[in-house]
Design a protein around this ligand. Structure first.
Ligand code: DGT
Ligand code: CA
Ligand code: CA
Ligand code: ZN
Length: 586
């Protein structure tokens, strides 16, 4: 039995394999459409199959419905089995190489017989790719670089994916009576953009039973190691997960230890020693007066300081507690000693409005009403609808005419929902730094996000000038995904971010922290640079579906890593104050 996401994955695989075989684009597209339709189902897939109502879903015809039913029931469908047999097993991996689509793969396979990443790499290295029609030295170099980046990405997992599965495992553990407490630690708890592995900590009196529970998690592919209080596994998607178990009285110290970062701990341990303690994963111990015995001797358990919560540990050392997102040895230990860690770091509960949201009017997957209801269900006071502007034609960008029609729909939906809907646009910053919104439209908008989506290959000087010029326009705008990075796929475009931030600070502008887990843009270091300049922020979702609204947590986590305070966040304001603060004109 396959669930929705497995069925969708199988349909996509069929589409990709067909495309590599040169099947006609409409047929190929049908599988992608079908995959999305299945993913977006609000109803239970099993119920739809059982009642024969699959074909009522837009995008699913008779033939596709039969395949979905077969996949759901048996995990197999004849077409996919045949395609897998006809094509080399490594061929789909090639699709993960940036800029390498099915058509190019088909061409490379026909000309050179390459069917795997290794074969393609070898062909590039031998200079054979440049001789294939449609390729050249430049594309050969780009492919090699893409393979390198793909490998690098695979050694670390994006936070979005890691948190999702991490929280599933936590729920699985917490359902066991043997789990008294359980949390994620490590880089995931610190909200790093990518994680090397997942670290889980649990308090239990029965580690054997909890280890069994852990090992019954369905997605585990391999057990890497197993001891009395520690289990390490690899999930089928490649991610390693370590579980450490301790009795409840040691929980907080172990959680703290495994949260890291290593650099934060090194600093903290030095400080502990100065203050007459030793700190290790076993706990916090008071050293006997006068310096005590040799440094490497076991601490006397009698001198153990009770630590119920992580906060106790910091307080015992005479400092403010440091939130996990700040533990990077980036000045937080010194600040905590001086009492200068802000007490009002922004929290997810502080956010009152969803900013930067797309709908079906451009490249989103939900209607205005679906987005509104989802935002309302999350307790939001307002939602800004910011579909793409006209030049972003590839993303269904709206011209002034369609924008007006969208406003009519917004008005209609507004009558049915409580969440306040604000009219916006994500305006492209054009090559010369102008915004892709006509003036007569501007005066009727509540909010403008200004972003770069095209012509990314300018020089650093040109790109800096382009964005700075846009920021200096008299229109108030929120700079969207300021560096353009797509984690694991595309580096930030070359830009002198400090100059851009100077322009923002000196103009009617603000910056977003984009919560799309692939972006998390600005990054924390630049957030701190922006904060030094007094810039204000929108913590945005860049949601292209109702589920995308959950991106908010990544924006908040990234903001906290940049030490952002509630008062610096525009969408922590009540709706009318927010509107006044971001009003494009006047
Ligand atoms: P990652 O997994 O590479 O994304 O980064 P982390 O921070 O999760 O690192 P990981 O998984 O190697 O270890 C988790 C935490 O355990 C780390 O943040 C601090 C602690 N830790 C691990 N190894 C050591 C060590 O050798 N010394 C100290 N002091 N702490 C360590
Ligand atoms: Ca880790
Ligand atoms: Ca680890
Ligand atoms: Zn965008």
């Amino acid at each position: 039995m396959l669930d929705k996401s497995d069925v969708a994955r199988a349909l996509r695989e069929i589409g990709h394999l067909l495309e590599i075989q040169g099947e006609n684009p409409f047929k190929v597209r049908a599988y992608e459409t079908g995959a999305r339709a299945v993913e977006d189902l609000s109803e239970d897939l099993g119920a739809l199959v059982a009642s024969g109502r699959l074909t009522e879903i837009p995008g699913i015809g008779e033939a596709l419905a039969r395949k979905i039913a077969a996949l759901h029931a048996t995990g197999h469908v004849a077409l996919l089995d045949r395609l897998r047999a006809e094509l080399p097993p490594g061929i789909l991996r090639l699709l993960e190489v940036p800029d390498l689509g099915p058509r190019k793969i088909a061409a490379l396979r026909a000309a050179l017989g390459v069917g795997s990443l290794e074969e393609l790499e070898a062909a590039c290295a031998a200079g054979r790719v440049r001789s294939v029609k449609g390729f050249g030295e430049r594309s050969e170099r780009k492919i090699l670089e893409g393979i390198r980046r793909l490998r690098a990405r695979e050694t670390r997992t994006p936070l979005g994916e890691a948190l999702e599965v991490g929280e599933e495992i936590l729920a699985h553990l917490r359902a066991s009576p043997a789990a008294l407490r359980a949390d994620l630690a490590g880089s995931a708890r610190r909200f790093r953009e990518t994680v090397g592995d997942l670290d889980l900590v649990a308090a239990t009196r029965d580690p054997a039973a909890l280890a069994e529970r852990f090992l019954s998690f369905p997605a585990i592919a391999e057990v890497i190691g197993r001891g009395d209080t520690k289990v390490s596994v690899r999930l089928s998607r490649g991610l390693q997960v370590d579980l450490r178990m301790v009795p409840p009285e040691d929980y907080a110290t172990l959680l703290h230890h495994l949260t890291g970062s290593k650099a934060h701990h090194v600093k903290l341990r030095g400080l502990a020693r100065e203050r007459g303690f030793t700190l290790s994963e076993w706990g916090l111990f008071r050293l006997p007066a006068g310096g005590g015995g040799p440094a490497d001797s076991e601490p006397d358990p009698g001198d153990k300081v009770p630590v119920r919560e992580e906060e106790d540990l910091y307080r015992t050392l005479g400092m403010q507690p440091v939130p996990p997102e700040l533990r990077e040895d980036a000045g937080e230990v010194e600040a905590a000693l001086a009492g200068q860690i802000p007490e009002d770091l922004v929290r997810i509960e502080d956010v009152r409005g969803m900013v930067h949201c797309h709908t079906r009017w451009s490249d989103g997957r939900a209607t205005v009403e679906e987005m509104a209801r989802a935002a309302e269900a999350m307790g939001m006071e307002y939602l800004t609808i910011t579909d793409h502007s006209r030049v972003a034609a590839y993303a269904g960008g709206l011209d002034a005419d369609r924008l007006r029609r969208q406003w009519e729909e917004i008005d209609r939906v507004q009558e049915r929902v409580k969440v306040r809907l604000l009219r916006g646009t994500e305006a492209d910053i054009l090559e010369d730094g102008a915004l892709d919104v006509p003036d007569d439209v501007l005066e009727r908008l509540d909010v403008v996000i200004a972003s770069i989506h095209s012509r990314l290959t300018m020089s650093e000087a040109e790109m800096t000038r382009r964005i700075a010029r846009a920021m200096r326009l008299p229109v108030f705008k929120i700079l969207g995904h300021a560096t353009g990075r797509l984690l694991g796929e595309r580096d930030a475009y070359p830009v002198r971010i400090e100059e851009v931030l100077d322009a923002v600070a000196g103009s009617r502008a603000a910056v977003e922290v984009n919560g799309d887990p692939q972006r998390m843009d600005l990054e924390p270091r630049s957030i701190r640079l922006a904060r030094q300049r007094g810039i204000r922020f929108a913590l945005s979702t860049d949601a292209h579906s109702a589920a995308g609204l959950r991106n908010l947590r990544f924006a908040v986590g990234t903001a906290r890593r940049g030490w952002m305070r509630r008062g610096e966040v525009l969408n922590a304001l009540p709706v009318e104050e927010f509107r006044m603060a971001v009003r494009p004109l006047g």
